[in-house]
Design a protein around this ligand. Structure first.
Ligand SMILES: [Zn+2]
Length: 260
């Protein structure tokens, strides 16, 4: 981001935070129930509150088919989504606006090509879905379950918004815009090595070291390891230390977006 654009962005951010802050009592009552946030210290929580305020100002969270979405529900989603960008910056969520919330799992039907080249419209039932450049679609029932029960490697909000981070550079492929100082070759080597090892485990019927859904494609691998990074970092560190290291550099970095 150019210096002038950065200064303008900061000014807009400060103005927005003054204009429409999340009331402290409401913030505390909602975030107290989000198990994922218990690792944050007071400074990080204050920063997260600002970013969540920005999210609610800039993004729209609406219910599908008349489903009523309360402010508490919006904060529950926005706070967990912003955990991903706490050290990256809000610009990592550029390029999309809409979040759609269903009361429970929702049915979708997308055309898919099978191995013979035939296009089929296969219906699936999903807990979440992220489209390139938005929208993000979520099941509130699944969001609520992951919010209240910290299950290792499972958090639908982290998963879908990790896809949005990944798509910032125009393609959802497991290679997000890395932060300044990170080395693209190191990232690719760490993540593709672990992805290939997981695919081999799944193909040979061995028990997978992480959720085998990560073997679907490199974009899903990135979204799933992101879930592990925040919900079960020790598991990720034990089974994929080089992936854990790259995610530490990425999510832990305080630098801005790097154009490489
Ligand atoms: Zn996914």
């Amino acid at each position: 981001m150019r210096p002038l654009a950065t200064a303008f962005h900061r000014w807009r951010m400060r103005r927005m935070l003054r204009r429409s802050p999340i009331p402290q009592r409401l913030w505390q009552s909602v975030t107290r129930r989000i198990l994922l946030l218990r690792r944050l210290d007071a400074v990080q929580l204050a920063h997260l509150r600002e970013m969540t305020t920005w999210f609610l100002d800039q993004k729209s969270i609406t219910g599908a088919n008349g489903f009523a979405v309360t402010t508490s529900m919006k904060i529950t989603i926005a706070a967990q989504a912003c955990l991903l960008i706490l050290n990256l910056g809000v610009e990592y969520f550029d390029g999309w606006v809409e979040v759609i919330l269903y009361p429970g799992a929702f049915r979708v039907s997308h055309p898919e090509m099978d191995s013979t080249g035939l296009i089929r419209n296969e219906a699936s039932v999903l807990a979440g879905e992220a489209w390139l450049r938005g929208p993000v679609i979520l099941s509130w029932e699944d969001v609520k379950r992951d919010t209240n029960h910290n299950s290792a490697g499972h958090n639908v909000v982290l998963h879908e918004f990790a896809h949005q981070l990944d798509s910032l550079n125009g393609v959802m492929d497991g290679m997000p815009s890395l932060t300044r100082g990170m080395i693209r070759k190191d990232w690719a080597k760490a993540l593709s090595g672990a992805y290939d090892a997981l695919c081999l485990q799944v193909a040979t019927g061995k028990s997978a070291f992480i959720n085998p859904y990560a073997a679907t494609n490199p974009a899903e691998f990135f979204a799933v390891v992101s879930e592990y990074f925040f919900t079960a970092p020790d598991i990720l560190k034990n089974c994929c230390p080089s992936v854990h290291k790259q995610l530490m550099l990425f999510y832990g970095s305080r630098n801005g977006v790097c154009s490489s």
